[in-house]
Design a protein around this ligand. Sequence first.
Ligand SMILES: [Mn+2]
Length: 393
Amino acid sequence: MTTDTAPKTALSAQSALEEPCSACAEKPKEDTAASCKMLTVSETAAWLSTHHNYLIIMHAHPDGDTLGCGIGLRNLLRLMGKTAHCICADPIPYRLQGITEEREFLLAEQLPDGFFWDKVISVDIASPSLMGSYAIPFGEMGRVDLAIDHHCTNTLFAKYACVDGSLAACAELIFDIGCELFRWNEGDRRMPQNIAVPLYAGLNTDSGSFKFGAVTPVTHHRAAILLASGIAHTKITERIYGSRSFYQVMAAKAAYENLRFFLDRRVSLVSFTEETMAEYGLRDEDIDDIVNMIRGIRGVRVAVHIRPRAKNAYKLSLRCEEGFNVSKIAAQFGGGGHVCAAGCTITGDIHAVEQQIIDAIADAFDAEACAATAARADIADSAAATEKAGASL
Ligand SMILES: [Mn+2]
């Protein structure tokens, strides 16, 4: 167990924290990483046992994983006899409202009177900017005590971090922490439903319904234990995937009308501007799935969805086939994410933003082609050398 006396200011870089992540070999940024201490799952469980009043922050524009982690962790902490509340800078999309039975709002101003937290935890958040309006008061002021995350691009902005970049969902980490404390993975102990439901929703959504490359036998083992708790999994997935709103259908229609291809049809791209959003009456949550819709097209290696974020700023969602790495491209624009699913924000007018992302992808394709040519030349050289050596015998 570690003590709670981490230095509050960034000092010299600690070499141990700069080890490349095994999943994507990205390095955390040195300045923010300097004072962060990594915790294992069991150290995290012990840390959670030590303190009493927790505030949990989810990322803005919440997805199933951040919500599942926030609500699952909150209910886990309450089971431990702690006080815990969650906050999220943006409203919960309709399809994810089933994750919590309480239909509560999760805004900071709606926290109960008299609640004072002594520790702040972020879940599924790779960097402070992803907290939306809570980025400055919490993330950038260095007020996050513990970051629990599965992004290998985590900037280690918190005092402590429990990060495993190899996991399909951050919910798997909350699951492991819960099992460390309550041994739900042993014998016939059952995880309470108010923890298993949000964790299953997080795991199912972030793993692409168990389709993504990060899914392992252990992922399925965790899912098996969640199902064994008796949750109504079809009810959860029906709410999440089984119905679409009128506006989600309008978003799909607008996306197909705006779909374009670049670089010999290896890149599919849909841009939504403020005008497109207004024309179809779309809100941000209506267009979350567009990038996945334009991803599974034969011959397309990278899918790009561009949406308005602020005045003259656009958010880009990137997806790619296995063997390519969109998190590297997102990182060039200050973003991040996973190898096959990443995002970033670029400022400028829409045409300039499109040009920049296409240029970056073209450069990556070129670099890939150069590497392939060099590898072929190496093989040819070594074949020639072998032949020469054979001839001289
Ligand atoms: Mn996640």
